[in-house]
Design a protein. Structure first.
Ligand SMILES: [Zn+2]
Length: 1003
């Protein structure tokens, strides 16, 4: 806590933040502080954040991404950029339709959440039977919440994605993509809700799960001539190593005719029948077959013709693949372990008279070579796997799979594939299987189950005649990679995830049969889906301002033609013709074009981590398809989500806190700080009210310090001017605090540039608090009351306020304008402070550190000895020791690994200090001292050369005694060089002193 003598009003009423916030919101509105226009004298900075989907009110969890974007915008504004931070609202898609339907069908949970958690009036909820009313209502709620949070948004550019003008923009974009051949019609798999009869994306699923799926190969093993047993695998090349099949004896399978012709019937689970039907196969069930009936039969391998026994296994899940599993014990640790357990009778005791098969090794790789090597066995033994339920098997599988994929070669027993790498052989074998009709393709979700918001379990469906964005296009992928490589990604560790998604993305269904949105311009039966219409809307912010209520430049959707967008966004076509066609003046069109060229590209795009595999990657793809390189986005910032007291926020946990309510109860600034101060960018942040209250009280203290300073003296402003213009100070603590202010500015700036906001806040709220406390102690112990003290404190507070301004804009504006600067001119934007080099004073920093360390050392002695001394003698080192110290410092700076013998040799070369060589213990100690200093501080110490320790300690003597809890302790300082030191050194301590490490005697 700050020193109480600075806070005479500490017990006065706490600041009324609601009042202060209202005042500043009004000032910002009146001064149009956040309205950004083209200003060619200033560098622009376009900050965007994924716009909200207004199907429910915002809770605290939604606040993090927007707050971070706002902090970024405010910081750049303080750094002198012309920042544009716009916002829109995303109405398109099916979620609000689903929500309206749930309310109509009498969903009590949803009703109660709206009514009781968010306080939506019941007559408003009744109006939600019309879906768009939901969006309209929560749009206004969210917008108001954003204002109350202090987000510095240019509201003139606001739009919704069902605005007619926006639809024109989307039609233009889709026509363009189609002309470029990037929108195709065809048969491709999609995530699908069987009830809604619509494709699903992350937006449409419960828990916002991305419905990713992967492609398996179904290999058809023969059972006599009448049946096949299809088995799904991700490693078709291991068909050569299959030893047996697994079947679940408790499952009732079916025999079915699949597709046309007189093919043998397939034996599969009922779940597999559904999957196959959705994926374009015709399936007629003929009869049922008990799993138990299959046990003991022999299948044959369609490639090697090996006979394969069918073993029972309860781990076979009828929902996975076909409901049957092939066993490749040599290369699949799970299979090996299952066979082992099977042999040991752990699984099916009644069956252990079966002859257990021998693993067939088909891949050789480094570390797994030799005649009788079984790779699975080696890795299982190495990891110490216990049985088939051991989670270590997961690790064994992943490790062996990737090792063999990258380093493995196929062995002689794979015929024509022998000698190939696994990576090469895999695709060839897969193609061979598919061509010969031995293999089929089966898609499965990566994570199951995927549920639609309507509650239905989703499936992978192969859609025909569907419109797709062709994200499989190789050239398109190359451009996306190029963009990602050039762009700044914060934090950088997520870059590889973007590249992975680009590689992995396939054709994506971009239109639906239902929902709100823009119709496909060439096929009016289809509505463009909600993530596909949200990829380049950041460009529309430039246009949307002109569609708003601007008297002179009023544009309606009717004015907007394809040629308008081509001219304004791509610079194509003739101004004159566009003007004639749109009935808009040439001047207006040119202005919009110029403004686009000024504000674009997007300088930073903020979003939650869950949007990496979809929105953020589409954002990159569509930009590179449509715009020239000069307009490609420059940065993406990704953040984690918000937990509440360690738990995910959800209605079922009852831990949802509406954002607007939280602002009213706790102040916008403390919520902003709390959302950003407890976690690194990618981590989930844990929100707790305890932490929030702690932050609130720190912010209150800063406010109170301002009140106190403004009450304390009328002349601070004048005095502060002098200080800013280089007035020199003499007291050590003054020099120190001025120097520390520069260090904190330097640190905070460097951290802000990398958006390491947690550390910035730590610097401002905690490190600076410690600086303040130390300064106050020093000043108090010297009974200093002059104007300069408050002036320096004002400078400290000003700096702190400015550093805090992006995070706590209400506090910063209030303290700056109303308390520190008693002027009538209101400044809505402060400047970010810059480091004043002349105030950096390494010697003062070392001096104060010396005192802090000294107090700590004495306190440690008192703790251990339980002494209650009446005097403390402090011995500082002789001059020659400083020279030795400097020499060693030099040596270690030049060569970090200087050895004792190097040091001894170097000291011998210098007659002034060569005598030090007789005291090896001292040399070793000094070397340790130097090595324990962080490398970046060593050269600072070198520059100081010599610290007048006696003077420094005497200056702080009153503080030292008071910190020791007894102001009557007599503190005496002796230099080792002094004549009379011997008389005052009963235990010959002085000779133990080292630079920055005085010796002590307590009695
Ligand atoms: Zn559904």
């Amino acid at each position: 806590m700050p020193d109480p003598h600075l806070h005479p009003q500490k017990h006065a009423a706490r600041p009324d933040w609601n009042l202060i916030e209202r005042k500043w919101r009004q000032v910002w509105d009146e001064q149009k502080t956040f309205e950004s226009n083209l200003d060619s004298a200033k560098q622009k900075y376009l900050v965007t954040v994924a716009y909200p989907y207004p199907n429910s009110p915002q809770h605290i969890g939604h606040g993090r991404t927007y707050t971070l974007a706002d902090v970024h915008a405010r910081y750049k504004r303080m750094r002198g950029y012309n920042v544009l931070f716009p916002m829109g609202f995303h109405y398109t898609g099916t979620p609000i339709l689903a929500m309206s339907r749930r309310l109509l069908s009498g969903d009590k949970d949803l009703y109660n959440a709206f009514r009781n958690v968010y306080g939506v009036p019941s007559e408003v909820i009744e109006s939600f039977n019309e879906p768009v009313n939901i969006a309209r209502f929560f749009h206004q709620e969210i917008k108001q919440g954003m204002k109350e949070m202090g987000f510095s948004i240019d509201w003139r550019r606001e739009f919704t994605t069902i605005d007619e003008a926006f639809s024109k923009f989307i039609s233009w974009q889709f026509n363009l993509l189609k002309r470029k051949g990037l929108i195709i019609q065809g048969s491709h798999p999609v995530g699908w809700c069987p009830r809604d009869q619509n494709p699903v994306s992350q937006h449409d699923t419960l828990g916002d799960i991305e419905p990713n799926f992967i492609e398996y190969t179904l290999i058809k093993f023969k059972l006599a001539d009448t049946y096949v047993l299809p088995v799904a695998t991700l490693r078709p090349e291991t068909v050569y190593g299959v030893t047996n099949l697994w079947v679940n004896p408790h499952v009732r399978y079916v025999a079915a005719r699949v597709d046309e012709g007189n093919n043998p019937m397939w034996i599969i689970s009922r779940d597999a029948v559904m999957k196959l039907k959705h994926q374009g196969h015709k399936v007629d069930i003929d009869h049922e077959i008990d799993g138990m009936k299959l046990v003991g039969e022999y299948a044959s391998n369609p490639i090697t013709q090996n006979k394969l026994p069918i073993y029972p296994a309860s781990f076979v899940d009828p929902k996975d693949g076909s409901g049957l599993v092939m066993s490749v014990p040599a290369h699949a640790p799970y299979d090996f372990q299952a066979l082992l357990d099977f042999t040991n009778g752990n699984i099916s005791k009644e069956l252990h008279d079966y002859n257990v098969v021998k693993p067939i090794t088909i891949i050789e790789s480094e570390g797994y070579e030799g005649d009788n090597i079984v790779p699975s066995r080696i890795i299982i033994e190495r990891l110490g796997v216990k049985d088939q339920h051991d989670p270590l098997l997961e690790k064994a599988t992943a490790e062996l799979y990737s090792h063999e994929f990258y380093k493995g070669r196929l062995k002689e027993n794979t015929g024509k594939y022998a000698g190939m790498t696994v990576a090469e052989a895999k695709d060839l074998i897969r193609s061979e299987l598919l061509q010969n009709g031995i293999g089929e393709i089966l898609y499965e979700f990566v994570k199951k189950p995927v549920k639609c918001r309507c509650g239905e379990e989703c499936v992978v469906k192969v859609l025909s005649d569907q419109w797709f964005l062709n994200y499989s296009d190789v050239q398109w992928k190359d451009l996306a990679h190029e963009c990602i490589t050039k762009m700044d990604i914060v934090p950088d560790e997520i870059r590889s995830e973007f590249n992975y998604v680009v590689d992995w993305l396939k054709e994506r269904a971009c239109a639906r049969k239902s929902g709100l949105g823009t119709r496909l311009p060439w096929d009016q039966d289809w509505i463009i889906e909600s993530l596909s219409d949200s990829a380049i809307y950041t460009a529309y912010y430039i246009i949307s301002r002109y569609i708003h209520f601007n008297d002179d430049n009023y544009i309606t959707a009717q004015n907007l033609s394809e040629s308008f967008f081509n001219y304004v966004l791509l610079g194509e076509g003739s101004l004159k013709e566009v003007s004639e066609e749109t009935k808009l003046s040439e001047e207006l069109i040119l202005n919009i074009r110029t403004e686009f060229m000024y504000f674009y590209p997007v300088d930073t795009r903020h979003s939650g981590r869950d949007l990496v595999p979809n929105h953020l990657t589409f954002f990159v793809f569509n930009h590179v398809a449509i715009f020239d390189r000069a307009y490609w986005p420059r940065q993406i910032v990704v953040n984690g989500s918000v937990l509440m007291d360690g738990k995910k926020m959800s209605k079922s946990f009852g831990n949802i806190i509406p954002l607007r309510q939280a602002v009213r109860d706790h102040s916008a600034d403390s919520i902003r700080v709390a959302l950003l101060s407890s976690a690194e960018l990618l981590q989930d942040t844990d929100f707790s009210f305890e932490a929030l209250r702690g932050i609130r009280s720190r912010l209150d203290d800063i406010y109170q310090m301002g009140i106190h300073l403004s009450n304390s003296n009328n002349n601070i402003q004048a005095s502060l001017e002098q200080l800013y213009h280089g007035q020199s100070v003499t007291e050590s603590e003054d020099k120190w605090l001025l120097s520390m202010i520069q260090r904190r500015i330097g640190d905070a700036t460097e951290l802000m540039d990398r958006l390491r906001v947690r550390e910035v806040l730590h610097t401002i709220l905690y490190s600076m608090e410690q600086d303040l406390q130390w300064y106050n102690k020093r000043v108090k112990s010297k009974d200093r009351t002059e104007l300069l003290v408050n002036t320096i404190l004002s400078m400290f507070l000003e700096t702190r306020i400015k550093l805090l301004a992006p995070f706590a804009p209400f506090l910063a504006s209030e303290v700056w304008n109303s308390i520190l600067k008693e002027t009538t001119e209101i400044r809505a934007n402060l400047d970010w402070p810059s480091v004043s080099e002349e105030n950096i004073n390494s010697a003062a920093e070392e001096s104060e550190d010396l005192i802090k360390n000294l107090i700590q050392d004495i306190q440690n002695i008192l703790k251990v000895t339980r002494m209650k001394p009446s005097r403390v003698n402090i011995y500082t080192s002789a001059k020659w020791k400083w020279k030795v110290y400097q020499r060693i410092l030099e040596l270690i700076i030049v060569n970090r690994n200087s050895s004792l013998s190097d040091v001894m040799k170097a000291l011998g070369d210098d007659s002034e200090i060569s005598r030090a060589r007789s005291d090896v213990k001292l040399i070793k100690k000094i070397m340790e001292d130097v090595l324990s200093i962080p490398a970046e501080r060593r050269s600072l110490k070198l520059n100081i050369k010599f610290l007048n320790e006696p003077l420094t300690i005497e200056d702080a003597a009153p503080l030292i005694s008071s910190e020791l809890g007894n102001v009557n302790i007599e503190i005496s300082v002796f230099s080792e060089d002094e004549e009379n030191v011997k008389k005052n050194d009963p235990q010959s301590r002085a000779r133990l002193s080292r630079p920055f490490k005085p010796a002590l005697y307590l009695s």
